[in-house]
Design a protein around this ligand. Sequence first.
Ligand code: ADP
Length: 265
Amino acid sequence: GDRGPEKEIPFAKPGSLTRVFAVASGKGGVGKSSVTVNLAAAMAVSGLKVGVLDADIYGHSIPRMLGVSDRPTKVEDMIMPPVAHDIKVISVGMFKPPGNTPVVWRGPMLDRALHQFLADVYWGDLDVLLMDLPPGTGDIAISVAQRMPGAEILVVTTPQQAAAEVAERAGSIATQTHQQIAGVIENMAWLPCPHCDERIAVFGEGGGQSVADGLTRTLGSRVPLLGQVPIDLRLREGGDNGKPLVLTDPDSPAATELRRIAEGL
Ligand code: ADP
């Protein structure tokens, strides 16, 4: 149909003061969404105005992880996002028909949906917008790059070499899209032994550093390893019941590392 001219995306305007991070990973299940919500919560606690856009069409687990069950409301032609822990949250999952129907949007529809989430949602004056991308190098990552060229990429990986290789591929699309990579976060870096000081390398070692080194070579500019977040059962529990670990147990090793990463961004 005739939609008229597209609304402008406020974050993409020249001079926008909002920092936009696109959180990417090579494959699913590495903790991309968990890292996103904990970084968001840490930033919100420190007084920043934060929004999270869950663009992970296959996973869209952000609302559960932040304890959001409200749907967005419509005020005139704007979509008002629900707020949880002082974070404005929009997820593709909020626009699906009820039930657990999978989203089967394809490229052009995804691009339109992304534009709507960016332009029609009342985000207000955000300091930071975190976008949780689907894993891999799909259509959404390309749309984000085209619509928000200033978005900086955060790559999440596990220490596993196989995971690191796909993560590096996901990050290296930044060379084609001319985006900046803010850095690499290694998640599930180790399991602290419950009985001694030892670190158990459940998923091996070195993945985060090797992604950072590989991307540094590909991009020709330094991509830092921003931090290593250990495995913490409470981080998983917090994700399941909507309370990010950085809020419930800010001094735990995993939360301390996530807060440090958030501060450094
Ligand atoms: P992704 O977004 O990459 O698919 P998720 O954030 O959904 O990954 O994480 C996958 C699962 O692993 C979730 O159940 C989550 O709670 C758990 N998880 C993620 N990071 C950690 C961690 N550091 N310690 C313990 N569990 C974690």
